[in-house]
Design a protein around this ligand. Structure first.
Ligand SMILES: Nc1ncnc2c1ncn2[C@@H]1O[C@H](COP(=O)(O)OP(=O)(O)OP(=O)(O)O)[C@@H](O)[C@H]1O
Length: 585
């Protein structure tokens, strides 16, 4: 994980403004409710003075009734506006964070393969959830408290001067003292918060990774080991949080003690004024009330400032992701593939290095021409570059040099989505989503009808086992297809590709042995799928190499031999060796 050493600039919170602006109704409701709640708060001390000076001092029952009615009206208004204020600001927080998450998610899901190789998914999820959660708190509570606190401070200061200019002048002296520690600690706090969020992301990543691979963990009896690693990550996160909490506690201590010292001095002067007859008891009471309101608001502003710095840390992590743009993008004026796509594939002098592995070429000077409708089997030892060919054709990466083209069009001139629409992919380990069987097949073509889905399942030899599921097509398949066997998962992936009906097919045969019946069903399903399509298949089965139009033998990112099974066997060399190990045992 990259940990920024510099403080997240408070300016990163400015990026929130476009999100806030999208909800003018909530924003206006919030500001109006805030202003009213503030006025009601500031009205409280006045009713307090009236109650003491007129209600009690003049003693009339009627006067008491009237002043208490006034108190009721002010407190009623305060209750109403405070709850309206809570509603508007909380909703605003929810909306803004949902918008931010949507934007971030859309951004992340569109980022290129190199980005996803570089970033751990648990860390990305943590930024999507934990960092934006921090912002929800900030918008829902902090922003409100900040504005409310500032208005209250301002309002109570005006009222302090109105009530007693002399005492107010004393009170004013205390303010700079309380603000200094807050401002001084701000930047350090943003820095510490950022690192706390990084550590939280570490724990999230660890949990996501190990819970996602829980069978591997259990099969190795590594539960205590993983628990230990998790506790370690949590402890590091707590240590990091402790830095922040300590800093905040010190600032809070300084803020509160300075405010209340200033307050006590003012009270002492006021008490002398009342004794000397320069001020009524009610006026001192009103003054004190304003001083308490104003003083505690300054104190809470200190906390708010801390929270804002924390949020700046979280927003910094989000902005960092939003600032990255995908390396693989549609050109400004994409070329369209000829319709219908014939499916001629050309790799011309392609050399490719993975960004994480710049020393070693995964493909070097690789040239391969595949005719429309041809089936080419790719055979080679592990690491030969077979899967890399697929990644380049799907434009998950761009070649370091050379070109990849379909029907004579350089794929970099195409919109990547249009390119990928033309390609069906059946990976070795198909991805089955935690959804119904139907939704999993529909992933191939979202607007397919039920009849299309049934037809695809039929052609994929998948009807029998789907019908045997408790709710048939509507059965939830569980996370990563937990309810299905390997062969069944493959047939779902084949049905998905059949539904997509793309002219080009990339097939990575499963290496895991299936039982004879399942193997037969998968083989038949694949034959149906390959019919009439240009197919590149990473072959692991004898039947596949025998049926292929051509076999391409790869090693170290290059083609080392080409031909039919019989020709290549006769030639001896790498193919004969691989065939003996893989196909002919
Ligand atoms: N995402 C990646 N980042 C860095 N290097 C990679 C990445 N994927 C593959 N490589 C490297 O590129 C080379 C070619 O790998 P590739 O996966 O294409 O081989 P393969 O022939 O498909 O192997 P296998 O049959 O084992 O799947 C290997 O040396 C591998 O280590």
């Amino acid at each position: 994980m990259s940990e920024s050493q510099s403080a997240a600039p408070i300016g990163s919170l400015r990026t929130l403004w476009p999100f806030l602006r999208k909800h003018p109704g909530l924003l206006a409701g919030w500001l109006i409710a805030l202003a009213c709640a503030n006025l009601a708060t500031l009205g409280m001390p006045v009713t307090f003075r009236v109650m003491i000076d007129q209600g009690f001092a003049q003693g009339g029952g009627e006067a008491i009734n009237q002043t208490f009615l006034m108190v009721l009206a002010v407190t009623g208004t305060l209750a109403l506006t405070s709850s309206a204020h809570y509603y508007f600001i909380s909703m605003l927080g929810e909306r803004v964070v949902a918008d931010l998450r949507e934007r971030l998610y859309a951004h992340l899901i569109g980022m290129d393969a190199a980005f996803h190789d570089r970033n751990r998914s648990g860390d990305l999820v943590s930024r999507l959830i934990a960092d934006s959660e921090l912002l929800r708190v900030v918008i829902g509570l902090t922003m409100s408290s900040a504005l409310r606190g500032s208005l209250t401070v301002l309002g109570s200061f005006v009222m302090l001067f109105v009530t007693s200019p002399r005492l107010a002048a004393y009170a004013l002296l205390g303010i700079p003292l309380t603000v200094i520690p807050i401002v001084l600690s701000g930047e350090r706090l943003a820095q510490v918060s950022r690192s706390t969020q990084d550590r939280i992301a570490d724990t999230n990543t660890l949990a996501a990774e190990t819970l996602g691979a829980v069978r591997t963990v259990q099969a190795h009896s590594r539960e205590p080991f993983e628990r230990g690693r998790f506790v370690e990550a949590l402890t590091t996160a707590i240590f990091s949080a402790r830095h922040r909490i300590r800093l905040q506690a010190v600032v809070m201590f300084l803020g509160i003690s300075l405010i209340f010292s200033a307050f006590t001095i003012v009270l002492w002067v006021g008490a002398h004024d009342v004794v000397a007859g320069r001020m009524t008891g009610g006026t001192l009471g009103q003054f004190l009330f304003y001083a308490v309101i104003g003083g505690s608001s300054v104190g809470s502003l200190a906390e708010v400032w801390n929270e804002v710095q924390r949020a700046a840390g979280g927003m910094g992590r989000i902005s960092e992701l939003l600032a990255e743009s995908p390396a693989i993008r549609a050109p400004a004026h994409p070329t369209a593939l000829p319709a219908p796509v014939r499916g001629a594939l050309n790799f011309d002098k392609v050399t490719f290095h993975y960004p994480q592995n710049p020393e070693q070429a995964a493909l070097s000077d690789f040239t391969l021409h595949v005719r429309p409708g041809e089936t080419v089997a790719l055979v080679g030892p592990s690491g030969a570059g077979k899967s890399t060919l697929f990644s380049l054709l799907l434009r998950f990466h761009d070649p370091t040099c050379g070109t990849v083209s379909i029907d004579g069009v350089d794929i970099r001139a195409l919109d990547p989505r249009a390119l990928r629409e033309a390609i069906g992919l059946v990976p070795q380990q198909p991805t089955i989503f935690a959804a119904s069987a139907k939704v999993n097949v529909l992933y191939g073509r979202l607007d397919a009808t039920d009849a299309d889905v049934h037809q695809a399942l039929g052609a994929a030899h998948a009807v029998e086992f789907i019908d045997a599921l408790p709710k048939g097509l509507d059965t939830e398949l569980g996370e990563r297809g937990a309810r299905l066997s390997g062969g069944q998962q493959q047939r779902i992936a084949i049905a998905r590709a059949l539904l997509k009906n793309a002219p080009i097919l990339l097939l990575d045969e499963a290496t895991s042995a299936l039982d004879a019946q399942s193997e037969h069903a998968v083989q038949q399903a694949l034959e149906t799928l390959m019919r009439g399509r240009t197919t590149l298949v990473i072959a692991h089965r004898l039947a596949t190499v025998l049926k292929a139009d051509r076999i391409v033998v790869m090693d170290h990112g290059r083609i080392v031999a080409e031909g039919t099974h019989a020709q290549l066997l006769a030639e001896g060399g790498l193919y004969a060796e691989l065939a003996r190990l893989q196909f002919l045992d």
